[in-house]
Ligand binder design. Structure first.
Ligand SMILES: *Cc1c(COP(=O)(O)O)cnc(C)c1O
Length: 414
């Protein structure tokens, strides 16, 4: 079999070998280490083709049929396609696919519904809230008054009684449900009920699980939330970017909150790549993928627990696992460093039951590579051996190379 490089790679190699070398090194890193970062995935070659297309050259401020630039007749079709695919896939009245990132989507949701100084109830940062849920280092914490709810220290589950009490006490203008680290399904009906009781808007920040929702492997926030914020690059497996879904009555406010309020020209190559990814996500194959992601996460969680780690909430409903490695004699921060040296790439996270840091893992990327439950058990065993110091790092790195060589994430060498 002859393997051909995409012509773009050859052009770059000739013109700028220094940069081409960097791209090659990153491709090698992705191919020979285990990507267990819960927010990462491998996009298809079709998504990458759209990202590397001449649509990257086009300025397109505004929306299809109402642009501030000429020559938008073709990219308008691409954006309409992305919007129609998003609406059909998620059963939403309206979709905005221009948000540059998950954070930009949340910023636009706040801009559509809130005024500076308004009170917002969201999961506290120490309990799995995102930066945009009130961090003092983020616009959200500076421009709004955030009140944080939490998870139960014992069970790791959202403390619903506390959510209700805080909502009644603080009468927030909006309630945010969604997390960077919560491994269980969120009870959207509960949050809707509390929001209605206190007259608040409900914003679902579904950046993580939206891909599972697309594949029918997680419950949809769309019927419950006023606005759903999402990313397109996590389990959804599209280009790096954001997306907003909402009811028809909020469509105009949401669109204006994205452009012109918080963004300029849309990135039409990314919008086109979102359309490609949304097309992929509507297939039977993607639904099967989403269910395999969850099955793999459950297998990995069970295997980690067998190895002695404390798995938060005792397991997972999603692609995401958080665990405390303390019983193996190491805290999350040290564990992350040791595992990275062995080629297991993952994140630290807060833990509900301790001040120490835990580990956050996800199965979206390894599942795209084709790994299954057997590989999840192998990975858990490898991880535990590294943390216990029962294997030398070079040996563990060689084991990871061998495993990943059998599941290449990129279709052709670069
Ligand atoms: C990933 C994530 C975001 C932000 O996405 P970016 O594209 O990195 O800006 C926002 N909210 C939640 C809950 C997330 O998990």
């Amino acid at each position: 079999m002859t393997v051909t490089h995409p012509p773009e790679t050859d052009v770059l190699r000739r013109q700028d070998p220094e940069l081409a070398g960097i791209l090659h090194a990153e491709r090698e890193r992705q191919s020979t280490t285990l990507q267990l970062i819960a927010a990462e995935n491998f996009t298809s070659p079709a998504v990458l083709a759209a990202l590397g297309s001449p649509l990257a050259n086009k300025y397109a401020e505004g929306y299809p049929g109402a642009r501030h630039h000429g020559g938008c007749e073709i990219v308008d079709v691409a954006e309409r396609l992305a919007v129609e695919r998003a609406k059909a896939l998620f059963g939403a009245d309206h979709a905005n696919v221009q948000a540059h990132s998950g954070s930009s989507a949340v910023l636009a949701a706040y801009a559509a519904l809130l005024r500076p100084g308004d009170t917002v109830l969201a999961l506290g940062l120490a309990h799995g809230g995102h930066l945009t849920h009130g961090s003092p280092a983020n616009f959200s914490g500076r421009w709004f008054h955030f009140v944080g709810y939490g998870v139960d220290a014992e069970t790791g589950l959202i403390d619903h009684a506390q959510v209700r009490t805080l909502a009644r006490t603080h009468r927030p203008k909006a309630i945010v449900c969604g997390s960077i680290a919560y491994p269980r399904h969120i009870d959207h009906a509960f949050f809707r009920e509390v929001a209605d009781e206190v007259g608040a808007h409900l914003i679902a920040d579904a950046a993580h699980p939206i891909g599972l929702v697309a594949g029918g492997a997680a419950p949809s926030p769309v019927p419950y939330a006023d606005i759903v914020c999402a990313t397109t690059h996590k389990v959804l497996r599209g280009p790096r970017g954001g997306m907003i879904l909402c009811r028809a009555g909020l469509a105009e406010r949401v669109d204006r909150a994205v452009f012109p309020f918080t963004q300029g020209g849309a990135q039409m190559h990314t919008v086109a790549a979102k359309a490609v990814a949304l097309g992929e996500a509507a297939t039977e194959a993607f639904a099967a993928y989403a269910h395999r992601v969850v099955a793999n996460a459950r297998a990995l969680a069970a295997a980690l627990a067998d190895e002695g780690l404390v798995v938060t909430t005792g397991g997972t409903d999603t692609h995401l696992i958080t665990a405390d490695p303390a019983p193996l004699g190491v805290d999350g921060r040290d564990a992350r460093g040791r595992l990275a040296a062995a080629g297991l790439v993952l994140d630290c996270c807060a833990l509900p039951h301790a001040d120490a840091r835990g580990l956050r893992l996800g199965t979206a990327a390894v599942t795209t590579q084709g790994m299954g439950e057997g590989e999840m058990t192998l990975i858990a065993g490898l991880l535990a051996r590294v943390l216990r110091g029962g294997t030398d790092p070079a040996r563990a790195r060689a084991d990871v190379r061998e495993l990943t060589a059998a599941f290449p994430p990129h279709p052709y060498p670069g």
